[in-house]
Design a protein around this ligand. Sequence first.
Ligand SMILES: Cc1cc2nc3c(=O)[nH]c(=O)nc-3n(C[C@H](O)[C@H](O)[C@H](O)COP(=O)(O)OP(=O)(O)OC[C@H]3O[C@@H](n4cnc5c(N)ncnc54)[C@H](O)[C@@H]3O)c2cc1C
Length: 461
Amino acid sequence: MAAAAAAIQSQPSARIVLIDGNRNLGGQYWRQPFDPRLAEVTSRHHHHLNTYHNLRRRLEEGEAAGALDLLLGRWVWTVTRDPDSGVFTAHTTHGHTAEGISGRSIILAAGAYDRQLPFPGWDLPGVVTAGGAQALLKSNDVLVGKRVAVGGTGPFLVAVAAGLAEAGATIAGVHEANSYLKWAPHAGHLASNPSKLAEGAELALQIAKHRIPIHPRSAIIEARGSGRVRQAVVAKLDSDGKVIGSTAKTVDVDAIAVGWGFTAQIELALSLGATTRVDVDGTEVVATDELQCTSVDGLFAAGETSGIGGLELALVEGEIAGKTAVLDSRAARALTSRRRRKQGFATAMHNAHPVTDHWQNQLTDDTVICRCEEVTYDRVLSAATDALSNEPRSTKLLTRTGMGWCQGRMCGYAASCLSTPTIAGGTDAFAKRPVAAPVTLGALAALNDSGPADRTVSRNI
Ligand SMILES: Cc1cc2nc3c(=O)[nH]c(=O)nc-3n(C[C@H](O)[C@H](O)[C@H](O)COP(=O)(O)OP(=O)(O)OC[C@H]3O[C@@H](n4cnc5c(N)ncnc54)[C@H](O)[C@@H]3O)c2cc1C
C-alpha cells in the first residue's frame, strides 16, 4: 500500500497495479474481515488506523484518476522475466482464471508468516501460532480460547496477550524465552524510536490493567490434552536458554499461542534469482540496497520480504521502493535515514530476542516436526545422520519433511536447524517454492513461453 501510494505521489502519470491475494487492502497488520459488515466490530482490535485509512484513501483516489489498478483477491503464483526485453510477468490466479500482468518493474512485499518451533503436543487442536491468534481476532473478532498461555520470544507476544486480554480472554501467562534485560545494550535504538517507546508504554498499561503474568526466561515445553489442549507445561530457562527441569509445572489452559519471530515470504524473489541474505534473526530475506533495489534489475523488495522489522519499517521501505521504482530516487533517498533508524530498532529487537537453544532438547522421538507429512523427530534425526552430507535438502528428500501442503512454511526453520549445524544458508531448501500459491492445472497447462494462460495485460509499471 505504501509503495503504490508513494509511486502515485511521485509520478501521477505512471501506471501502477497493486495485486493482493486478500480480498481487502490492509496486509497482515490491518487484516480486514472477510465480511465488511464486521469491520466496525473488528476495528477495536486495530492500531494506527488513521495511517491505514489515509493510505487507502490515496489508493482509491489513484484508482479513480486512472493511475492505479487494484487487483484484489488475486494470488501471484509465480513471476517470470523475459530475458530479451527484461519485462516481468506476474502470473496471477483468481478461482479458475489465470492472468498475466506485465510490467517493467516489480515491487515484492509479500510479508511473512509465524516462525514455529515444534514441541511435544504442538499439533493438538487449540495450539496455534501467536500470529494466528491475533489474526482470528483482527479479522473475525474470534477469541482463540478463554484461558490462553502465550509463549516464544519477542515483543509481539506481549502485544498478542494484551489484545486477547482486551477482548476478554484470561492470559495464564506470557512465557518469554529471553530476559528483557537484553534490551539494555540497545537503549540508544529505543531512544531514537520514540514511537516504539510509546507503544511499549501502552502495552505496559494493558498488562497492568489485565494483570497479565509475564515470565521472562521461561518457555512452554509441552502441550497436554486428549483431543485438544487442556494443559501447558511451562518451565524456567537458565541463562544459556536451557530448560531447568525442576521448575516445570502444569497450567490449565484451553489454548496456547506460540511465536518465535517471523519468516519472510521470499519465494517469488527466489524464482527470479534475487540474491538473499541471512538476517540477524536467522531468517533468509531478500538482499536490497538502501533504495530497496534487489540484485535483479527492476525488482524491488520491501517490508518483511527484505527483513522482519514491523509496521513502521515496512511502511518506510514501501515508500522508498515506490519512489525508486518511478525513478524519483531523490525523494527516496531522503527517506533512508528514517529507514536506518527503524532498521536499527529491528536489529536490536532480533538481538534481544534470539531463538533459545532449549527447544531441541525437549523433542521426543514421536514429536511431529512436519505436520503436513507427519514426519516425526526420530525420522528427521536419522535422515540427518544417515545423509551423505548433513544438509536440509537431503533431509527433505529422505523424509518428505516440508514437501506437503504448506511447503515447509511451518517446519522449514526447525527442520533446517535439525539437519545442519549452522542455520546460515540452510533455510534455502525450504524457502524455494516454484509455485507460490495454489494454481489450477488449467492455468499451468496454458502457460507457454510467450506468456501466461488467458491474456496478458501490459502496464508501464
Ligand atoms: C501474524 C502477524 C502479526 C503481526 N503483528 C504486528 C504487530 O502487532 N506490530 C507490528 O509492528 N508488526 C506486526 N507484524 C508485522 C507487520 O504486520 C509487518 O511488519 C507489516 O505488515 C509488513 O508489511 P508487508 O507489506 O511486508 O507484509 P504484509 O502486511 O504481510 O502484507 C503482505 C501482503 O502480500 C499479500 N501476498 C503475499 N503473498 C502473495 C502472493 N503470492 N500473491 C498475492 N498477494 C500476496 C498478502 O495477502 C498480504 O496482504 C505482524 C506480522 C504478522 C505476520
